[in-house]
Design a protein around this ligand. Structure first.
Ligand SMILES: [Zn+2]
Ligand SMILES: [Zn+2]
Length: 286
């Protein structure tokens, strides 16, 4: 198999060593994987050794299947936090994660933009942009921070394309700030991608507001919640409220062939991704 297949895969574990994630990706039939570079529920991590880094890079380079790797940040980080200690911890932790990605050669680090803590949307957006800049100005590597669309649960920011645009444009380092569309999240946030017409309308809107080049990652998740429910609960493809047709449209959308498409659907074990990847691949019309 050549390394020119459609970029499709899933979030896999790094248990036992980061390099093992590459093998796990191969085992589920993926061409791209998403990983946490450290525990997703902790602020800090042991420094990566040069041996660990080399092992990961070698395994990736030697893989005939895995073309790309994407990372996802810890859930603890909140760049909108104006509480001094939480804000400081968030900046430190994200800087550390960015550095790990640079060391591992991972080009994209997906981040939930943040949640408001008693401030206005404008204030929150300003805070996020400032904190992104303070992190990015110190990074010399090639890794971009990719802001994920959110479902709009609680006080989360990033559930409209306009909010993400505002965050990006307020950043001096905007060339290193991309966007990730999560199908479950945008649907729950109220973007109706349940029909062919709706899908094209939403994607056009995205391009108009954020531009073509900004989209770096797609999370392929079906939604347990209804359109506009603001509920962030992922369902397996074809088992939720988003019609299968929508996933077929994405799989056949030429614009997205080289954009990493990642499943974060509920599975008992990683090998359950095999069938979901197969299902999505079958949707591709030559
Ligand atoms: Zn996420
Ligand atoms: Zn989610």
């Amino acid at each position: 198999m050549s390394k020119k297949e459609i970029l499709l895969g899933a979030h896999v574990s790094i248990a036992g060593g980061i390099y093992k994630a590459i093998t796990r990706g191969e085992e589920i039939g993926a061409t791209v994987i998403q990983i946490f570079t450290k525990s997703s529920r902790s602020w800090t991590a042991k420094k990566l050794t040069s041996n660990e880094i080399q092992k990961f890079k070698d395994n990736w380079k030697n893989s005939k299947k895995i073309q790309q790797v994407v990372a996802h940040t810890s859930y603890l980080i909140n760049l909108a936090a104006k509480n001094h200690s939480l804000e400081k911890k968030s900046i430190k932790s994200l800087s550390l994660e960015l550095k790990r990605c640079e060391e591992l050669g991972i080009p994209y680090l997906v981040l939930h933009p943040g949640s408001l803590v008693g401030q206005t949307e404008e204030e929150g957006i300003k805070k996020i942009s400032q904190n992104l800049d303070s992190i990015l100005k110190n990074s010399k590597g090639k890794t971009s921070i990719v802001l994920e669309t959110t479902a709009g649960q609680g006080t989360s920011i990033g559930h409209t394309f306009e909010q993400l645009k505002k965050i990006r444009l307020a950043c001096k380092e905007k060339n290193k700030v991309g966007v990730c569309i999560d199908t479950c999240h945008i649907f729950a946030a109220g973007y109706d991608i349940s029909t062919k017409k709706g899908y094209h309308k939403v994607m056009k809107k995205f391009e108009k507001i954020l531009g073509k080049k900004v989209l770096k990652v797609i999370h392929l998740n079906d939604s347990k919640g209804d359109l506009g429910s603001k509920i962030d609960r992922h369902a397996n493809i074809g088992k939720g409220k988003i019609p299968k047709q929508t996933f077929s449209l994405i799989m056949n959308d030429k614009r997205f062939f080289t954009i990493p498409k990642i499943l974060e659907t509920p599975v008992q074990q990683e090998k359950d991704f095999v069938n979901e990847i197969k299902l999505l691949k079958k949707m591709i019309i030559d």
